[in-house]
Design a protein around this ligand. Sequence first.
Ligand code: XIL
Length: 389
Amino acid sequence: MRHATTARRRRNGTWLRIAAAVVVGLSLLLLSSGRAADGASGAAACVPAQPKTCTLRQLADQLGIRIGATITSSRLADAAYADLLAKEFNAATPDNELKWYSVQPAPGDWRFTGGDLDLTFGTDHQMAIKGHNLIWAQDRYTPSWVRDLSASDLRDAVAEHIATVVGRYAGRIPRWDVVNEPLKDFGTGPSDSVFHRKLSKRWITKVFELAHQADPDAELWLNEYGTDWVPGKFDALLALVKRLQAQGAPIDGVGLEMHRPLASGPDVGQLVQQMRSIAKLGLKVGLTELDVPIKPGDASGPAAQAKAYGRMVGACLQVSRCREVTMWGIDDGHSWLDNLGIFPTPTRPLLFDEQLAPKPAYNAVRACLARAVLVAQKAKGPLPACAGA
Ligand code: XIL
């Protein structure tokens, strides 16, 4: 008898424990699905039919694409900047911290503090960090000590640089821009870089192989600008990519920077075609460095700029292999274009103004993402307009 009662008690105890486990499990499940819908920021619920309720990040998370911006380690102590970055973006590209001139400004003088800070921030906020860039094929951005090396010393320095930088972040930085801007600024031939002049004709393939050896799991990208407005430049890029593939280069993706000279363009049909021709080579594609300067005092500038952003984001969303749109900065108070000496300043090229308030360009990007979420959900009813697309 005593035995039976104890057994029953034990059984009841077991059921209680199972019930408690189920309740705890269900609550965790509900909590985590709620978090997923709201993005890692833990913000309020996002209803894509009302884009104002959503951040860019919440929408991009639902689409499974990367929406990114540059990350600048020296600004991370500024809470307003850091909060906005993590709230609105699920991906980030270090602005300068991982470039050769930052990482090894003089022979053997390795500096990883900035890159490490960016990576820690990205990890803490579940943001994908892209390594940018290993080799920038523009002499003006290559340290002078590298430019002055003999051919064989240059070969060794390139190998050491890639092994050290990619090796350090192996398994932590999943994507790299391996070669940046291999074509002439305003032409279709190779850019006039020390790498082109002193290394073998197959130097780009070699560099991709070195990156692959240093981290076999990393995605390796080629990145170029002006392909949408320099005549013939896109075709030259495509031909280069085909040559690299024929040489067996382990290339995974092509980034089109999309710095716009004006708040006009690009032609959406042409951009979609270009991205599809990259996708046809079995590669991923992304729009990697968006900014759209406007003329100081031009009252119609912000609206035209919003449309240009809408065209670019809308074009990416039409191409299934385009999984990334990254802005080259966050706010108009901090854009590299203001220091370039080409555009009248202030250029105000970004999604947020100097006070970090969202601009019409932000609303356009958000509307495009919200529309894509609703289209993917086959939602009924009016869709938000993707301005300009
Ligand atoms: C720019 C940075 O934003 C500036 O701070 C720096 O002085 C120069 O480089 N194409 C690229 C980016 O691939 O790395 C460049 O970034 C902008 C053009």
